[in-house]
Design a protein around this ligand. Structure first.
Ligand code: 6SG
Length: 211
């Protein structure tokens, strides 16, 4: 029995990669969900939160915040952070690249969906090509982003690719290596099980219903 808990809103948001890592490790977790913004805004949880935000991640008596820091915590715990300092640095670099693109996506989704979606989708031919080339540098792009072991950046990129494919189906097609990478991760037994689970399927991608 694990003592993990994820506290978040009723959407997938920034928690999918966290949940995929836990699932792939055969771990379970408890979800604590704030379903309404007013419930959250007046809660003790918000008062206690390091930056007044979610997600929060709890491991026993330890609670932490910031989704990318949570990914790194799990990466250290489950050996998903490369095999040496240079690999770890490259994994950090790739994950920061995922975060930059995720922030552009979120800004569009939450503040400029109707007017901004087309330009964002257009920008993806350049944005995704960076990842295609970086992936191609490691073992001809046939395995994972860095080294010979899957890392937290792989799960985080996989999540971003999935939400991009929902935003604009077919976007990944021209990127042969990314397309095959996404299929490879999706076919890992525990990932495939998680993606088919109610925990994932029943939640909207974003908190405002846009996708
Ligand atoms: C919202 O933003 O994304 N937490 C949210 N909101 C409630 O009271 N750096 C941390 C992390 O990685 C970010 C946490 C995150 O963990 S998640 C929270 O707690 C509160 O603040 C859903 C999400 N929303 C994106 C968003 C819309 C408006 C503010 C944040 C993107 C950034 C700025 C504009 C669009 Fe935006």
């Amino acid at each position: 029995m694990s003592n993990f808990k994820i506290t978040y809103f009723a959407c997938r948001g920034r928690c999918t990669a966290i949940k995929m890592i836990l699932s792939d490790q055969g771990m379970t977790w408890e979800d604590e969900t704030f379903s309404s913004l007013s419930e959250w805004q007046t809660s003790e949880t918000k008062k206690k939160a390091a930056f007044g935000q979610l997600p929060a991640f709890t491991d026993g008596d330890f609670t932490m915040y910031q989704s990318n820091a949570i990914l790194r915590y799990l990466a250290r715990k489950f050996d998903l952070y490369g095999s040496n300092d240079k690999d770890a640095a490259l994994i950090d670099m790739l994950n920061d690249g995922v975060e930059d693109l995720r922030m552009k996506y979120l800004k569009m989704i939450y503040t400029n969906y109707e007017e901004g979606k087309a330009d964002f989708v257009k920008s993806l031919s350049v944005e995704l090509d960076y990842f295609e080339k970086l992936l191609g540098k490691n073992q001809d792009g046939k395995f994972c982003l860095v080294g010979k072991k899957i890392s937290f950046a792989d799960y985080n990129l996989f999540d971003l690719l999935n939400i991009i494919e929902v935003l604009q189906p077919g976007t990944l097609r021209p990127f042969a290596l990314l397309f095959a990478f996404a299929a490879r991760i999706a076919s890992r037994p525990q990932i495939s099980k998680f993606l088919g689970s109610d925990n994932h399927r029943k939640l909207p991608i974003n908190g405002n219903g846009k996708q």
